[in-house]
Design a protein around this ligand. Structure first.
Ligand SMILES: Cc1cc2nc3c(=O)[nH]c(=O)nc-3n(C[C@H](O)[C@H](O)[C@H](O)COP(=O)(O)OP(=O)(O)OC[C@H]3O[C@@H](n4cnc5c(N)ncnc54)[C@H](O)[C@@H]3O)c2cc1C
Length: 381
């Protein structure tokens, strides 16, 4: 057993932590109020190599371990959950392309993601199909040598900002076996977008995206025809740990701030940190967050080692977002009346973290995945 990062990862963590606290934390709440990321953020994150962590060095990336990418998500989210979400989204998509793309596709698509030139999105969910994504209706139809994409994708993270997207559409018969993935440009005239007014994640710009016969070259299909669904689902196993660490970083920040506050705030002639009613809930959350963090890193360690991690990833996905949300809530209460003010970040953290109780799969479906792994496929409903 070894509970330490290697020396390089630890040095990078310290650097990221300092960077995030000095450069990102001051914008976390103002970006939420503005409903967009502040100027220069994308460039800063790209210069740190964060979008390219899972991209080969020959294509402008860092070729980092999955554990390192999780550490980056955690440290960035500790200061700014939404900047961490931005990074997580690019990590997932770039890794799908790197795993399933042809050499020519990787050369075209990965360098602009690593350099931060292009913000990509993942378009799977539709108005009629979320959890049951394999039933999606969007059509890709052959038109001579090209495909044409028609339909609506909904609830797309970064949907208002992304220049490119991996879009899943039906190319074959019913069910998950008839779905293919296409990497497409979103700036063409056949694409239109509608913004959501969201509870949290406001800088992310979630959107519905309409495709009205968008022409796509045959060579822009990612992976084999009708194999798109298994491609993306495979990617989602370890990304659940990245999402877990995103949430844990943010929830832990609130707990750390509440512990500090409990030393400073006095009531009845003593610091409130002397009251067990104040400290016990904070200690309980510290314990649970620590355990969820270790499970998240175990998933990424397993991915690095090529070991199975589907059940562990699903466990993190149902647990970490809810736990981290509740931790931020407990921290808010520890600050008393001050916590209820937007001068403090706890309520925003609750709103932001809550996104991950739904995005990338709800708690119910995550538990179904874990149950299928532990009990066997014959116990799937
Ligand atoms: C902030 C945010 C960001 C997102 N970003 C993206 C993105 O970038 N790209 C993308 O493609 N999608 C994205 N999504 C969509 C997300 O993946 C879906 O919302 C999610 O998969 C659930 O689908 P749904 O909302 O249609 O709910 P539904 O599938 O309609 O489910 C409704 C309720 O029923 C429950 N339920 C459904 N089936 C079962 C079952 N078999 N057993 C028990 N309970 C069940 C669900 O858990 C849920 O509580 C995002 C969502 C959010 C909130």
């Amino acid at each position: 057993m070894n509970f330490e990062f290697d020396d390089d990862t630890e040095a990078f963590r310290q650097y990221l932590k300092d960077f995030a606290q000095s450069e990102l934390a001051p914008h976390y709440q103002s970006d939420d109020r503005e409903g967009r990321f502040h100027e220069g953020l994308h460039k800063q994150l790209a210069e740190l190599g964060l979008f390219g962590l899972l991209i080969p060095e020959s294509l402008g990336g860092q070729a980092a371990k999955y554990v390192t990418s999780g550490m980056a998500c955690e440290e960035i989210a500790r200061a700014d959950f939404n900047a961490g979400w931005l990074v997580t989204n690019s990590l997932l998509l770039s890794d799908i392309i790197n795993t399933h793309g042809s050499e020519a596709q990787k050369k075209r698509w990965l360098p602009p993601i690593a350099s931060g030139e292009q913000v990509p999105a993942i378009c799977l969910t539709e108005p009629g199909h979320g959890t049951d994504a394999g039933a999606l209706e969007m059509r890709a139809e052959r038109d001579g040598s090209i495909w044409r994409l028609t339909g609506e994708k909904t609830s797309i993270s970064l949907g208002m900002h992304a220049e490119y997207a991996l879009v899943f559409a039906r190319t074959g018969g019913p069910g998950a076996g008839g779905v293919s993935g296409f990497y497409v440009r979103l700036t063409d005239k056949e694409v239109s977008r509608t913004a959501y007014r969201d509870v949290g994640g406001r800088a992310i710009g979630r959107a519905s995206i309409h495709f009205d016969g968008l022409p796509v070259a045959a060579e822009d299909m990612l992976g084999a025809e009708n194999k798109g669904f298994s491609t993306v689902m495979q990617g989602f196993d370890y990304s659940r740990a990245l999402i877990g660490l995103l949430c844990i970083g943010s929830g832990q920040a609130s707990i750390d701030e509440a512990l500090e506050y409990s030393k400073l705030r006095h009531a009845f002639g003593q610091p409130i940190g002397k009251f067990q009613g104040v400290t016990f809930p904070l200690i309980e959350f510290s314990t649970h967050l620590r355990a969820a963090r270790l499970l998240s890193y175990e998933v990424l360690w397993r991915k690095d080692k090529g070991l199975p991690h589907t059940a562990e990833g699903a466990m993190v996905k149902w647990w970490a977002p809810r736990l981290s949300h509740d931790a931020a809530h407990q921290a808010l209460l520890t600050f008393g009346q001050l916590g209820y003010s937007e001068d403090f970040p706890h309520a925003q953290r609750m709103r932001d973290i809550m996104a991950m109780e739904i995005g990338d799969g709800t708690a119910q479906v995550s538990k179904l995945i874990a149950a299928r792994q532990l009990l066997g496929r014959e116990f799937a409903p």
